[in-house]
Ligand binder design. Structure first.
Ligand code: SF4
Length: 195
């Protein structure tokens, strides 16, 4: 029998394959490519704000021309519009239109079957799984295989103990403990460790 680590990776790979297929199906139902759907989902995520081509490209780990093509198609479809990029006014950033938000609202349900599949696990097991997966993401981030990882375990604000010396993860920015179930995967306040 294959070792535990290999089986964990196999299971993650299988979930990834299923997730990609489900997202592809949801995107197709809206007449979008997977990249177009990902852009729309990204720009309508709470707290995401306007996204530049560069930030999209880093997030999706694809080239800037790929993002430009997908964004241009979404503009033609009336789902995205460009605004000046506040970090560099010579460039554009992308925000959703009202129609784009409606489409994204339907697309956001693509992963509901995956979430429903977790219902059989206890909250403790789910929290442990989150911690384990984020450890793996942090490792890939440290070795340069994932460039964007806005997670607690890659964040400069993460502390290994509270200010009063109690052991356990602590967010120095929020001034709050971080139980395994509280660890964030896409935190708007994240700053990469080491910066
Ligand atoms: S700022 Fe966000 S990502 Fe960083 S440790 Fe705090 S909650 Fe986690």
């Amino acid at each position: 029998m294959e070792g535990l680590d290999g089986r964990v990776v196999d299971a993650v790979e299988r979930l990834g394959d299923a997730g990609r297929a489900m997202l592809r199906e949801a995107a197709k139902g809206e007449g979008l490519s997977v990249t177009q759907a990902q852009l729309l989902l990204r720009v309508t995520t709470a707290g995401a704000g306007p996204q530049s081509t560069g930030s999209f490209a880093r997030w999706l780990e694809v080239s800037a021309p790929t993002v430009s093509d997908a964004a241009a198609a979404l503009v033609r479809k009336g789902l995205l519009e460009s605004v000046p990029d506040v970090t560099d006014t010579r460039r554009s950033a992308w925000v959703p239109t009202g129609a784009g938000r409606e489409v994204a609202g339907r697309l956001h349900g693509w992963r509901d079957p995956l979430v429903a599949g977790l219902a059989a696990c206890s909250p403790e097991d789910r929290a442990t799984a989150l911690r384990v997966l984020l450890e793996a993401v942090a490792s890939l981030n440290r070795t340069g295989r994932i460039t964007v990882a806005r997670t607690c375990l890659t964040c400069r604000f993460l502390r290994e103990e509270a200010p009063d010396g109690r052991a356990g993860d602590w967010c120095g920015l929020l001034g709050a403990p971080l139980a395994a179930a509280d660890l964030r995967v896409d935190c708007p306040e994240h700053l990469p460790a080491g910066n």
